[in-house]
Design a protein around this ligand. Structure first.
Ligand code: SAH
Length: 343
């Protein structure tokens, strides 16, 4: 049985079956989650007999590093991690001025079908488990620890739709927060969604102050449905209404992601529509110049057009930022590295 990814409660049950006291479960959790132990043999404060017993019946399943790319400036590291069944996912570390931020995948592949996204090209392979999401974070935490630092913020913005893998996502957030694991505050997490409305309300009811990021990308239903098929199920108005409710209840600022695509959604009329859609909401807009999808003729607007769009929002008192790009030299956008390996 694999112990990695279990909560302390689950580990205690396992240890009870072995006739072991509870504190042994905590020691094991700390070895696995805080000290990077990959074998029971390393757990030197457990008796030799217990270590042997554990080794015989249990394992600590961690993914293998299939590929690692470091950007030339040293700020971005992208990993392709492979699980025991051969499924591989991408995880990214961005050394930001405000700390180490990591980007986690929630599914292997994705079936949302967004026209601009590389993660969806091969469809969805499977959901990731709580342990597999946690393993991505711990893989990075382990090597940051050697540099004397650690993970500061987490965005669930890699491949997959986190709110379509809800239970595993919640388990991941809880585990990351637990003191015997990484002990991270919920405010350091951001969940990015393509707008799964029931999932947004469900998350809002959990009472954990995680940040929400909603991928909007278009200011009207016609255009959004064209770019993001999920909009046919959960239309724009409902998505924005859910965002408003989330912000009001959790008191966390909701961010709307808006990819800028040349002459498709970056005109003045789009900026105006976007402003009226969000008016009166405590929200901010993050403009993302698209990572071009040349096959589909989705190209990046000129710097002037990007600047103009940003100014239009600012003049209407919308809090707006333009995403700083990192790691373009290492295929750091979702799905690119994985696709290359699959091909
Ligand atoms: N499914 C979730 C999280 C994964 S996508 C969601 O939709 O939010 C994470 C972010 O990357 C989203 O905002 C997505 O729209 C964006 N993204 C996908 N492809 C992109 C591309 N080619 N250029 C820029 N951003 C992209």
């Amino acid at each position: 049985m694999n112990l990695f990814g279990m909560t302390l409660g689950a580990l205690q049950e396992q240890f009870a079956e072995l006739g072991q006291p509870k504190f042994r479960a905590r020691q094991t959790a700390e070895w696995m989650y805080q000290r990077g132990a990959r074998t029971f043999g390393e757990m030197t404060n457990l008796s030799k007999e217990l270590r042997q017993k554990l080794s015989a019946q249990h394992e600590i399943l961690r993914p293998e590093e299939q590929a690692r790319l470091d950007s030339a400036d040293g700020l971005t590291t992208k990993l392709l991690l492979r699980f025991a069944d051969g499924t591989a996912v991408e995880t990214v570390l961005m050394r930001q001025p405000y700390g180490n931020s990591i980007c986690i995948s929630s599914q292997a592949g994705c079936n949302m079908g967004c026209k601009f996204c590389a993660s969806t090209l091969h469809g969805m392979e499977r959901d990731l488990t709580t342990g597999e999401m946690f393993a991505q974070a711990l893989h990075i935490q382990d090597f940051l620890r050697e540099e004397g630092s650690g993970v500061d913020t987490v965005v669930v913005m890699g491949s997959g739709e986190p709110l379509m893998n809800y239970e595993a996502l919640l388990g991941f957030l809880h585990l990351m927060h637990e003191p015997y694991a990484l002990g991270m505050g919920y405010r350091n997490f951001t969940i990015s969604t393509s707008g799964i409305v029931p999932g947004i309300y469900r998350l809002m009811e959990e009472g954990i102050p995680v940040n929400l990021s909603i991928s909007l990308h278009a200011p009207n239903d016609a255009l959004r449905s064209e770019l993001m098929p999920i909009n046919r199920k959960y239309p724009l108005r409902d998505v924005v209404e859910a965002g408003r409710a989330y912000g009001e209840r959790t008191k966390r600022r909701v961010t709307y992601e808006y990819i800028l695509i040349d002459h498709l959604n970056d005109g003045e009329e789009h900026a105006r529509e976007l402003c009226s859609l969000l008016s009166g909401q405590l929200a901010s807009v993050n403009l993302i110049p698209i990572n071009p999808v040349v096959e589909r003729n989705l190209l990046r607007p000129s710097p002037e057009r990007i600047r103009h769009f940003e100014t239009m929002l600012q003049s209407r008192h919308i809090n707006v930022t333009v995403r700083r790009e990192m790691g373009t030299d290492i295929d750091a956008a979702c799905g690119q590295l994985r696709n290359r390996h699959m091909n």
